[in-house]
Design a protein around this ligand. Structure first.
Ligand code: ADP
Ligand code: MG
Length: 604
């Protein structure tokens, strides 16, 4: 964990732990029972913060996963109807926990495989469908007690300590919750965490940087389900009775409310939201009948109105509002970069002059429009090829074909001697092609350093478990050091810890170059990198590209600034209306009549 974040988290924990430890000594049991529920709800909601708040996937099915955990726990704890093969597992709370987790993860993996590839509204609708069907299933399975549920659970006893009272369970629940919060913070501050944070609004970019988005979605989904399952285990032992109602779709919606009210963008928002909703509901239930002089489910109506009002003034939830008030700048949460870290291994680069890219008769049609028409050219290692042409000529479309963001209608592209048909954008990043985007694609609320580290994703291997346990620190230091090295190289070394969204547009383009370099490419596609740069910045960029060329990089450069292009590139490829109209040395292109007519003529 970074020093800055450690101290932030440590400060919260230092304040929280003594208060929590003292609560059972001062509060009456019924309030401790309420606090236990809050802790359990917080744990389930924490999963949603990761899934929805960070990963951008809306799920109403969280309660169903809590249910799987709770029912499995009750089933094994009661242990009377166990089939003979499972009999040895009966009676132990650990079987409920572990089998519950295994079952939850298996169901989540299946549901995730079916729904996580769907975009837009399909995922939330899918989660509603499984939320509904799982809760009906609980009510209809005879061995789970049908609608009356399973009762007669023994009290929880761990390592010989009987946790039969609310006070004992309180310590267990809140300890588990705090561990889960730490695990989540660790995960977010890691290689896999950056991939999850890139899911919302950055998938196309991160895929081009070599990130497997589906895997990142699945990771977030499974972690969220695991938290829910453990919450179910705790819930079963606090109630010592399970029935279908608490795991209904309604409960799934309530968890979403807790996340929204607490603040989906903040890990602690889970605890704040669960506390606020539970206390508010309880308060309304207790006080509304007195206030109104009659009974009825008025609390649901008032609760609904309050949520609508809160979302109006504090769309970021309570945690978002607090962060704004306390002026907690994200800059403070920036990961620190250790001074010394072993450099990452590099790929074997092609020798200068070796053919890196061969484009043969590539055509891309969009309906009746031919954006690339029969385009052929080659690029060698240690060469900069300028691709110029008026707006709409098809230059960006060409880049998309080369980086496999898009697929040619016909024609062949060979990269380092191999045809790339059938490869994904992710494969291309792995093979050594990296790119920037004409329309800058970065994650505005992540720091410059974290954005650039996404480029190095394929150069690390540590996954979610290593991140959660902080066994990834060596590798993480090396990834961040590489990101910093590239940022210093492109001249953004002073801006490592500012939010990427706060940079000027020209700097954002330069950030994309650093990000592309982080993947250790041998072919770089730069789509209008100099747009928005000032004169001196352009000179610095030209110097950088010359250095890269001298090191053997093959570079494809789309750019409108003719002085910049002509002074820098080795050859120029000119396009208009999807066609090649000329190709050659900068000097000859500048006097080519067809080019002057089509392109330079249009500018004068
Ligand atoms: P350039 O980068 O040279 O300015 P583009 O490659 O962006 O040009 O666009 C070339 C042509 O292809 C334009 O007419 C554009 O409208 C069209 N085009 C690009 N992408 C798509 C797409 N996804 N669907 C339909 N038309 C597209
Ligand atoms: Mg373009």
């Amino acid at each position: 964990m970074t020093m800055a974040k450690l101290s932030n988290t440590a400060r919260i924990l230092l304040a929280l732990v003594p208060v929590l430890a003292a609560l059972p000594l001062v509060l009456p049991t019924y309030q401790i029972t309420l606090a236990n529920n809050i802790g359990i709800f917080s744990l389930a909601t924490l999963g949603l913060i990761l899934l929805t708040g960070v990963g951008g996937m809306t799920s109403f099915g969280q309660a169903a996963f809590v249910g799987i955990g709770a029912y499995t726990t009750a089933y094994f704890a009661v242990g009377v109807d166990l089939p003979p093969v499972l009999a040895w597992l009966g009676g132990s709370p650990w079987s409920g926990l572990l089998v519950g987790l295994a079952l939850t993860l298996a169901v989540a993996a299946l549901l995730g495989a079916l729904t996580l590839r769907l975009s837009g509204h399909y995922l939330p609708l899918g989660t509603i469908a499984w939320g509904l069907s799982l809760s009906y299933l609980f009510g209809n399975l005879e061995f789970l007690g049908g609608h009356t549920g399973l009762s007669g659970m023994p009290a929880l006893s761990l390592f010989g300590i009987a946790l039969d009272r609310a006070e004992g369970l309180f310590y267990l629940i809140w300890a588990v919750l705090l561990v889960a919060v730490l695990v989540t913070l660790n995960l977010l501050d890691s290689r896999e965490g950056r991939a999850i944070r890139a899911l919302r609004g950055g998938q196309r970019m991160s895929e081009s940087m070599g990130v497997n988005s589906f895997r990142a979605k699945m990771t977030a989904f499974l972690v969220a389900a695991a938290f829910a399952s453990v919450a179910g285990w705790l819930y079963a032992y606090t109630q010592r009775f399970v029935s279908p109602a608490p795991f209904s779709l309604q409960a799934g919606i309530d968890f979403m409310f807790m996340a929204l009210i607490g603040g989906v963008g903040h890990v602690w928002g889970a605890v704040i939201g669960a506390t606020a909703v539970t206390v508010l509901k309880q308060g309304l239930q207790d006080w509304l009948p007195h206030l109104l002089g009659r009974t009825g489910n008025f609390e649901s109506i008032v609760f609904g109105l309050l949520i609508v009002a809160l979302m109006q003034w504090a769309p970021g939830g309570i945690a978002g509002w607090l962060a704004g008030r306390l002026g907690s700048h994200r800059r403070r949460n920036a990961p620190a970069v250790p001074a010394a870290a072993d450099p990452l291994p590099r790929r074997t680069l092609p020798k200068p002059g070796e053919l890196v890219l061969e484009v043969q008769r590539v055509t891309r049609k969009f309906g009746g429009l031919t954006a690339n028409n029969n385009i052929s050219f080659t690029v060698k290692a240690g060469e900069i090829l300028g691709v110029i042409g008026p707006n709409g000529a098809g230059k960006s479309t060409l880049f998309n074909q080369l980086s496999r963001v898009d697929t040619p209608t016909s024609g062949e592209i060979r990269f380092r001697g191999h045809a790339i048909n059938g490869l994904t954008a992710r494969d291309m990043a792995g093979a050594g092609l990296s790119r920037t985007f004409q329309h800058v694609k970065l994650l505005p609320t992540m720091t410059v350093l974290e954005n650039v580290a996404i480029g190095a994703h394929r150069r690390g291997t540590k996954g979610v478990v290593a991140a959660a346990l902080r066994l990834d620190r060596d590798e993480e230091a090396r990834l961040l050091a590489e990101a910093r090295r590239q940022l210093i190289r492109v001249g953004l070394g002073d801006l490592l810890h500012v939010e990427a969204g706060s940079l000027a547009l020209g700097q954002q383009r330069i950030l994309e170059i650093a990000r592309a370099l982080c993947s250790d490419p041998c072919l770089l596609l730069l789509d209008e990198p100099a747009a928005g740069l000032r004169h001196l910045e352009k000179q610095a960029l030209a110097t950088l590209l010359e250095t890269l060329r001298d090191e053997g990089m093959a570079i494809l450069l789309v750019e409108h600034d003719m002085d910049f292009v002509m002074g820098l590139v080795d050859r120029v490829f000119v396009m208009e209306f999807g066609q090649r109209i000329a190709e050659g040395l900068p000097e000859t292109i500048q006097t080519n009549p067809a080019v002057l007519e089509a392109y330079l003529g249009g500018v004068e």
